[in-house]
Design a protein around this ligand. Structure first.
Ligand SMILES: O=C(CO)[C@H](O)[C@H](O)COP(=O)(O)O
Length: 213
C-alpha cells in the first residue's frame, strides 16, 4: 500500500514548500487539477525537477484526446496521469497506448461513474495501471465518501491497482485501510493540518503497517 499527497489549493512555490516538509512521508505527489488549471504543466515540471526521487502524478482528469494529453504531461515529467472513467473507451485506449510508449502510468478516476462495478471491469480490461474511486469536493460537501465504491471495485478489478481519494483524514484512514487499496490519496487531510509533517508521518506509518501485514 502507498500514500499519495494531493496538492490542490497551492501555487508552485506553495507546492514546493509543502512537499519539502513531507517528502520523506509520501510515495507520490499529485499536482491537482486546480494547480494545473492555474499554473499549467509547468507545475508538474518544476515539482519533478525539485523532487526527482518522488513520483509525480498529473491530475489532468483527461476526457478527450487521451494520447495527446498524456504525451504533453509525460514531456513535463509526470510519472502517472489521470483520465476520467466516464470518457470514451477510445480516449482511455489512446492514453494507455501513449503511456506505454513513454514508460508512464495511467490512473482512471471513477468520479461520477454510475455503474462502478461494470465500468471498472471494462476499464480494467483496457490495461490501465490504477483505478481510483473518488468523492470529489462537491460530493464531499454532500457528506459522501467512496468507501463502498472501493469495496465494489476490489470485487471485480483483476489487473489494475486500486486507489481511493476524497476527504480521507487520519480519523477515517483505518476504515480505508481495512478495504486494502493499493494506493491511498490524501489532500486536505495533510495540507489542512496544522502540523503537516506529523499528519503525513502518522498516515505513512499506518499505510506501511497495513502493507506489511
Ligand atoms: O482530485 C481531487 C479533487 O477533485 C483531490 O485531489 C482529491 O479529492 C484528494 O483531495 P482531498 O483529500 O482534499 O479530498
Amino acid at each position: 500500500m502507498e500514500l499519495q499527497l494531493a496538492l490542490d489549493l497551492v501555487d508552485i512555490p506553495g507546492a514546493k514548500q509543502v512537499v519539502a516538509e513531507v517528502a520523506e512521508y509520501i510515495d507520490i505527489v499529485e499536482i491537482g487539477t486546480p494547480v494545473v488549471i492555474n499554473e499549467g504543466l509547468r507545475a508538474v515540471k518544476e515539482i519533478k525537477e525539485a523532487f526527482p526521487s518522488l513520483r509525480v502524478l498529473a491530475d489532468l482528469k483527461i476526457m478527450d484526446a487521451g494520447g495527446y494529453e498524456v504525451m504533453k504531461a509525460s514531456e513535463a515529467g509526470a510519472d502517472i496521469i489521470t483520465v476520467l472513467g466516464v470518457s470514451d473507451d477510445s480516449t482511455i485506449k489512446g492514453a494507455v497506448e501513449e503511456a506505454r510508449k513513454q514508460n508512464k502510468k495511467i490512473m482512471v478516476d471513477m468520479i461520477n461513474v454510475k455503474d462502478i462495478e461494470g465500468r471498472a471491469k471494462e476499464i480494467d480490461a483496457l490495461g490501465v495501471d490504477y483505478i481510483c474511486v473518488h468523492s470529489g469536493y462537491d460530493h464531499q460537501a454532500e457528506g459522501k465518501n467512496s468507501f463502498e465504491e472501493l469495496m465494489a471495485i476490489k470485487r471485480v478489478v483483476q489487473r489494475a491497482k486500486t486507489a481511493i481519494a476524497g476527504g480521507i483524514k487520519l480519523s477515517t484512514l483505518p476504515e480505508v485501510i481495512k478495504a486494502n487499496p493499493d494506493l491511498v490519496i490524501v489532500g486536505g487531510g495533510i495540507t489542512g493540518h496544522q502540523d503537516k509533517k506529523a499528519a503525513a508521518s502518522e498516515m505513512m506509518k499506518m499505510v506501511k503497517q497495513a502493507a506489511a501485514v
